[in-house]
Design a protein around this ligand. Structure first.
Ligand SMILES: [Zn+2]
Length: 259
């Protein structure tokens, strides 16, 4: 086993007197005390009391430890090159790192509730704001008659579908009073707001328990209501958004430019 894990102090010497970088078989390289004494890079990532190079968690933590101790924050290229002296390897690691970082940032951005989103560029002058704020979505189905993607029956689709990952924050399109927060047949879990003058808005297929408002509560325009989901009858995660006028569902696209 290379001495990097347990420490170069344990490295063996070959017949010509050169250090081989290998640790003698009599040394327990998973022992935290041995690693500490040898100034090695092995880390007990999973907290089982051992730093085992064959344990994936321990291996990842140890690689991170190695890189950070070799100046990762100051010069990532140099730190990785120190770990493996191949510029092709360095390039591959940096490429993968950037892909993971980007994916992670996108996932975090989608999943972290923004309690005070900037609606300045999502309002279209209609007096409404987009129920998904600035989050990315795909306009997957308009209001109107359609063959239902799951049941196969032709019926009125009473709202618009905005496809977005489970956990995307959604917001009140206008101020009003919460009149429903919970299950509705077919909609899974849903929140309904009464905006007065016979107008309501409905947010359907939201995450089970994924709402932060309660019936009777007054909400402001743009107020965070909860997280989208995939509950009820759906063909994939999305927010189903409806506007009701005197009890009849009308086309939300008449009120807000979704696409
Ligand atoms: Zn729908």
């Amino acid at each position: 086993m290379p001495a990097t894990w347990a420490g170069w102090k344990y490295s063996t010497v070959d017949g010509s007197g050169n250090q081989t970088g290998l640790v003698g078989s009599n040394i327990d390289i998973t022992s935290l005390a041995v690693i500490r004494a040898g100034n090695g890079y092995g880390v007990d990532g999973d907290g089982d009391g051992k730093a085992d190079p064959w344990n994936i968690t321990d291996a990842i933590f140890s690689a991170a430890n190695y890189l950070s101790k070799n100046g990762l924050s100051k010069n990532p290229r140099k730190a990785i090159l120190h770990y493996n002296k191949s510029s092709q390897y360095v390039q591959e690691v940096l490429t993968n790192y950037n892909l993971f970082k980007q994916a992670d940032e996108e996932a975090q951005a989608a999943l972290t509730p923004n309690l005070n989103p900037d609606f300045s560029h999502v309002g279209d002058g209609s007096g409404f704001v987009n129920p998904l704020g600035n989050a990315k979505y795909v306009f997957s189905s308009p209001y109107g008659y359609r063959i239902h993607p799951v049941t196969g029956i032709r019926k009125l689709h009473k709202g618009v579908d905005l496809a977005t990952p489970i956990g995307t924050p959604f917001y009140a399109v206008k101020e009003g009073k919460i009149i429903h927060a919970g299950a509705i047949n077919g909609y899974g879990y849903a929140v309904i707001i009464d905006h007065g003058n016979g107008m309501t808005s409905l947010y359907g297929h939201i995450k089970q328990g994924g709402w932060v408002v309660h019936v009777g509560e007054l909400v402001k325009q743009g107020q965070y209501l909860g997280e989208t989901g995939n509950t009820g009858v759906t063909s994939g995660p999305h927010l189903h958004f409806e506007i009701g006028l005197n009890g009849t569902a009308v086309d939300p696209e008449k009120y807000f430019k979704f696409r």
